[in-house]
Design a protein. Structure first.
Ligand code: NAD
Length: 332
């Protein structure tokens, strides 16, 4: 059985090739995104394996069906980039990796908080230039601060536990309160209360119609002046122009983003010799209190091993039993 990968990076090839020794699939790797332009280049493949910025819309799915593709395997958790209805219509199975080291993403969110707060990135550069002054590096104690967590699934839950360890008061909003977290001292409250009370807000819900631009002019106005906002979930949760205005007015005092609404044209490639045409990302990067990382929160050896293993196991189960034991992995 052949699997064709899109948006392949060297590390994908490395981890999947190694993991595939136990499965024996035929693997084909394309560096390009999946799109209508490339479907013609696919030759007799049963499975396409895609990542977060491959746009798998109805047009692409129709073309894939025409090529005889039976399975679309996402090697990520979020699936906002796939038209599941169209996949069902064309009888193509869609699977994902519902959980792979949620700690990797939660720990990256915390790394962003610590960097923004204690300015270690600036201190590193400063000391290398023999500038040992502390002016401009003032931070605050996390201990005793209020962390607001939106979405307490696998990642949000791990994040809550870390913040409790720092001695933070942790408030959370989710569609369903998590009993284990409540037992640990996390308070589940309506969204508006989180926005009003949190010193740090971290987004861990999926991107869908309800959560699109969850952070907008109206919700920012409810936040504390001086709030820190962290987004390691999906760029579309944030209305970027509204956040830029709030940074300019100092309502938002710190912003950490690992995801960006227009990231598919930027992230996962070296554009250091290019002219960036996206003025919004350039504006964001010009603020001294904004930290941008390029969708790297998942990027640990443990997570990549788990992603490769779960993806290949999903494909094997779909091929042999038309189903996956882990129901959360099966999308269509
Ligand atoms: P999950 O499905 O385990 O948890 C999502 C949680 O969000 C659930 O508890 C769900 O009830 C809740 N939720 C859904 N709609 C909500 C709403 N309207 N308001 C509040 N909560 C809502 O998912 P996860 O594994 O924790 O991942 C969360 C998100 O993180 C993914 O959807 C993905 O977009 C993102 N992610 C990013 C990276 C990265 O590298 N930056 C890696 C993995 C996942």
């Amino acid at each position: 059985m052949k699997i064709t990968f899109f948006s392949t990076q060297p590390y994908d090839k490395q981890f999947f090739t190694h993991c595939n020794e136990a499965y024996g699939f035929e693997l084909e790797f394309f560096e390009t995104h999946l799109g209508p332009h490339i479907v013609n280049a696919i030759n007799q493949t049963d499975v396409v394996c895609v990542f977060v910025n491959d746009k798998v819309n109805a047009e692409v799915i129709q073309l894939l069906a025409g090529k005889g593709v039976k399975i679309i395997a996402l090697r990520c958790a979020g699936f906002n980039n796939v038209d599941l209805q169209a996949a069902k219509q064309y009888g193509i199975h869609v699977c994902r990796v519902p959980a792979y080291s949620p700690e990797a993403v939660a720990e990256h969110a915390v790394a962003m908080i610590l960097t923004l707060n204690r300015k270690t990135h600036k201190a590193y550069n400063r000391v290398r230039e023999q500038n040992f002054s502390l002016n401009g590096l003032l931070g605050f104690d996390l201990h005793g601060k209020t962390a607001g967590v939106i979405g307490t699934g696998n990642i949000g839950k791990s994040f809550c536990k870390i913040m409790l360890g720092f001695g933070c008061k942790v408030l959370a909003f989710d569609l369903v309160a998590d009993k284990e977290l409540e037992g640990m001292g996390v308070h589940f409250l309506p969204l508006i209360d989180i926005l009003q009370q949190a010193d740090i807000i971290s987004l861990h819900c999926p991107l869908n119609e309800q959560t699109h631009h969850l952070v907008n002019n109206a919700t920012i106005a409810m936040m504390k002046k001086g709030v820190m906002l962290i987004n390691t979930s999906r760029g579309g949760l944030i209305d970027t122009p509204a956040v830029i205005e709030a940074l300019k007015s100092k309502h938002i005092a710190y912003l950490g983003i690992d995801v960006y609404e227009q990231e598919e044209k930027l992230f996962f490639r070296d554009l250091s010799s290019n002219i960036i045409e996206d003025d919004m990302i350039q504006r964001l990067m010009s603020f001294p209190n904004v930290l941008v990382t390029a969708h790297q929160a998942f990027f640990t050896a443990e997570a990549l091993t788990q992603i490769a293993h779960t993806t290949l196991s999903n494909i094997q189960q779909l091929a042999t039993q038309k189903n996956i034991d882990n129901k959360a992995a099966m999308l269509a």
